[in-house]
Design a protein around this ligand. Structure first.
Ligand code: ADP
Ligand code: GLC
Length: 523
């Protein structure tokens, strides 16, 4: 019998995406969906764009009494994903341009209702009242879906197991406790304990009540147990440490592939035919209005323009780098905090032809950025996984990253300037700290490597060859799901999950944590 998984999230590319969550959710779901073995249904809010991109849908259920008002559930198979999808439709909540907020950067004031309704509806599907088949597992991603385990427990539905994946615990979904009643959350499930005057924290509730928690890199899983990275959740996470596993993300190797990338206007290239990388660089320079100099070292910064991504540090470090290295050009693509966007835009004014900034979210430009640049700058104060440096590597663009979170696991640092061996094995440059001086020094180190073509070429080859595909992560998720649902363990005695819970037994098997690993392979 197929293992059936209902994946619930706020984003899944290409239906909805504001960052790596969207890529990770759709990449994971696609890699797990193999009818005959495991089937994934993906559930999202019916945002305006998601409805337009999901293909033909039919109504499969009505929910007259969800948080935020009546909603309908639409079912179909999204052609772009090749996956069954469920979209929760309530136009008053979701028929908007943005996923979380408006174009001015303001969060929607009713996000508590918007995502509580998603979780309530998912719990009803899991219970069997959603007009869609009941899943064995509900896999909730981040705070937007984190209330699902709470609603299932409130409904006393224990035979569907829950897994919560933490993509970024800096975003928790914190709202006033006074909303609990409107969201249908019973007092004992609010915050740390009944009656405590703490805010309602969706993510914390999910961490407390999910059967299993997974974290998107091993290093981040360790970091979040410390006050420096735990965002106030470190004690709750410590309580659940025995039920927490780390499974490193993958990347969609078919979407981020320099040999087949549709956004490169035919200028595709590969590890043994790199000529078109130079052509992509020219295209990138043109599209950003940089001087079309083939000898320039083009450094790209493509990310959310936020404190997490050290945009403030970059605004100070980049002038130092541009002044110190005449061959350096910088192109920046992103959007985020207005104050930081302005600080970066001021750089473009100060270095015309050498520094250019595009504010906005454009998938095609992100691909061109990775294809055309020599170096990617990806400073982060914390980085749960960090897909962007891996995309850059696929295109032979060498990342400079902070030694935090997933980047510490995935980027192999070139080491000190004296020793050649680590350089030949490296895939990038890692730096510590968040000062402008530390970032500028890392840029200088990358440029010193770039000036040594043999070393640079070796690094590019290492980076382009590393297999970061989802094929590594998918079996680890499957093992975790099966351990949660003993009926799906091959050869296992088959107590129904509900019986195990009634008996007070652990619903999964010891040894689960051993499945997590992050050994990247470079053939
Ligand atoms: P995070 O999820 O923290 O933003 P990741 O590096 O894991 O970081 O993923 C970011 C994703 O968002 C990548 O797919 C990246 O290409 C994309 N992205 C970020 N900013 C932009 C932008 N301005 N335009 C297009 N894509 C962007
Ligand atoms: C989050 C994290 C990022 C991670 C992505 C996908 O947005 O900030 O580091 O790569 O989720 O898991």
């Amino acid at each position: 019998m197929d293992l059936s998984i209902l994946a619930v999230a706020a984003e899944a590319f290409p239906l909805a995406k504001t960052g790596g969550l969207g890529d990770a959710v759709s990449g994971l779901c696609r890699s797990l969906h193999h009818p005959g073995r495991s089937c994934v249904t993906l559930m999202l809010p019916a945002y305006r764009d998601a409805l337009a991109r999901a293909g033909s849908l039919r109504e499969c259920a009505r929910f007259p009494d969800l948080a935020g008002g009546p909603a309908t559930l639409l079912a179909g198979v999204a052609p772009s994903l090749g996956l069954p999808v469920l979209l929760l439709r309530n136009d008053a909540l979701y028929d908007r341009d943005g996923v979380y907020g408006d174009a001015g950067g303001n969060e929607y004031p009713d996000n508590a209702l918007r995502f509580a309704a998603l979780a309530q509806a998912a719990a009803r599907v899991a219970r069997g009242s959603g007009g869609a088949p009941r899943p064995d597992i509900v896999h909730a991603h981040d705070w937007h879906a984190a209330l699902i385990p709470v609603y299932l427990k409130q409904m006393r539905t224990h035979d569907v197991r829950t897994m919560l994946t933490l993509h970024n615990i800096a975003f928790q979904g914190i709202f006033s406790l006074s909303l609990a009643r409107a969201l249908g959350i019973q007092p004992e499930f609010c915050g740390g304990g009944a009656g405590r005057a703490e805010p309602l924290n969706f993510l914390e509730a999910g961490i407390r009540h999910a059967d299993l928690i997974s974290v998107v890199s091993r290093n981040y899983a360790r970091e979040i147990l410390t006050p420096a990275f735990g965002c106030g959740l470190e004690s709750v996470l410590a309580v659940r440490a025995a039920d927490t596993i780390a499974i490193a993300n993958g990347i969609d190797m078919s979407i981020w592939d320099p040999q087949a990338d549709e956004y490169l206007q035919g200028l595709n290239f590969g590890i043994d035919r790199m000529e078109n990388k130079a052509a992509c660089k020219r295209l990138l320079q043109e599209s950003f209005g940089l001087a079309p100099d083939p000898r320039a070292a083009v450094l790209a910064l493509g990310s959310r323009i936020t404190g997490q991504k050290m945009a403030d540090v970059a605004a100070q470090a980049l002038p130092v780098a541009l002044d110190g290295h005449p061959e350096l050009q910088v192109c920046i693509l992103g959007r985020g905090e207005k104050r930081l966007e302005s600080a970066l835009q001021a750089l473009a004014q100060r270095y015309p032809g050498r520094c250019a900034v595009q504010i906005g979210f454009r998938e095609s430009q992100a691909h061109l950025l990775h294809a055309g640049a020599d170096i990617l700058l990806h400073g982060s104060r914390f980085e749960p996984f960090g897909l962007t440096p891996l995309y850059a590597m696929r295109y032979g663009t060498i990342p400079i990253g902070s030694r935090v979170g997933g980047m510490a696991d995935t980027i192999r640092d070139a080491g000190s300037a004296e020793s050649l061996e680590p350089m030949r094995e490296a895939t990038g440059v890692l730096f510590e700290g968040d000062s402008a001086a530390e970032m500028a020094a890392a840029i200088a180190r990358a440029l010193a490597l770039w000036r040594r073509p043999a070393i640079w070429r070796a690094m590019q080859r290492n980076a382009m060859r590393t297999d970061f595909g989802w094929a590594r992560a998918a079996p680890q998720y499957l093992r975790a799901y099966r351990a949660l649902c003993p009926a799906h363990l091959p050869g296992a005695p088959v107590p129904a999950p509900a019986d195990r819970v009634r008996e007070g037994k652990r619903p999964w098997r010891p040894g689960l944590r051993e499945h997590a690993d992050t050994a990247w392979t470079t053939p």
